[in-house]
Design a protein around this ligand. Structure first.
Ligand code: AKG
Length: 262
């Protein structure tokens, strides 16, 4: 399967692309069942809502993922980290052959999974989750260039009620000044110029099996979950093969997995 020229151009213009019904419902259900079991038992390494809110920029850059500290046992898990190693079903989804030609197209070269970033089951728990503020994923990542794309799989319906992703189209190609971001490098909502840009945001409700590709510099956010069921999604990141992680940074601490064309 490959993208049409129109789809590829849309990805480069908008910074994201929806691939409707890319994964089978049965696979999504299996992934979700395993994820829910890991979430129930808070199988490490995880990130909790507490850590997400409390960590400084420097801590977020360094964290490699541990367990849940004893004092945050009751707090909800925001994401299961390092999912590639957790279960064969997770690994097979990340290595699935059908998406490789598409990833090759959007990156313009061989895709390589970076296990340092995302590589997660991302959740929004009912009642206890928090908003994810406007940000670029690349802010805490350290590579020679920004040729990185994330692959988001909706394991169930994602909508405005349970916290579907929202994007600012084209923001991956914009240049921003440091003052447009707060101390944790979230895109400041009080800055007038930012507010104008935020009004151009878009979001698309997702169905089970939908995949969204999005560029690592695309501004995106998500609401907290106002529904009664958890929102559970799978996200991993690929980079162009020639784009090396900078030595000595967290981005270089983990293995990479090359996805050869089938
Ligand atoms: O909260 C969400 O569902 C999106 C999470 C996200 O964008 C991130 O952690 O980079």
């Amino acid at each position: 399967m490959t993208l049409t020229d129109e789809q590829l151009s849309k990805f480069h213009t908008d910074g994201f692309l929806l691939l409707p019904q890319f994964a089978k419902a049965e696979l999504c259900d299996t992934i979700k069942d395993i994820a829910l079991a890991h979430l129930k038992h808070k199988v490490p390494p995880v990130e909790t809502e507490y850590e997400y809110e409390a960590k400084s920029k420097e801590e977020r850059e360094k964290t490699v993922g541990t367990g849940v500290p004893h004092f945050v046992k009751e707090v909800s898990v925001r994401r299961l980290r390092q999912v590639y190693e957790r279960d064969i079903v997770f690994r097979e989804w990340m290595e699935n052959e059908a998406i490789r030609p598409i990833l090759h197209q959007v990156l313009g070269e061989s895709p390589v999974i970076t296990l340092a970033h995302h590589n997660s089951i991302m959740t929004k728990m009912p009642h206890t989750s928090t908003e994810t503020r406007w940000h670029q994923d690349f802010r805490y990542w350290h590579f020679e260039n920004d040729n990185l794309v994330s692959v988001w799989l909706a394991l169930d319906e994602e909508n405005s009620r349970n916290g579907v992703l929202e994007f600012i189209p084209g923001s991956h190609r914009m240049h921003f000044s440091a003052e447009q971001f707060d101390e944790k490098e979230y895109f400041s909502q009080t800055f007038k110029q930012n507010r104008v840009l935020i009004e151009t945001k878009v979001s698309h409700p997702l169905q089970k099996g939908d995949v969204v590709l999005f560029h690592c510099k695309l501004l995106h956010r998500a609401n907290k979950n106002l529904d009664d069921k958890p929102k559970v999604s799978f996200v991993y990141t690929v980079k162009g093969k020639s784009n090396r992680a900078l030595p000595g940074t967290r981005s270089a601490l983990f293995d990479e997995v090359e996805l050869a064309l089938p």
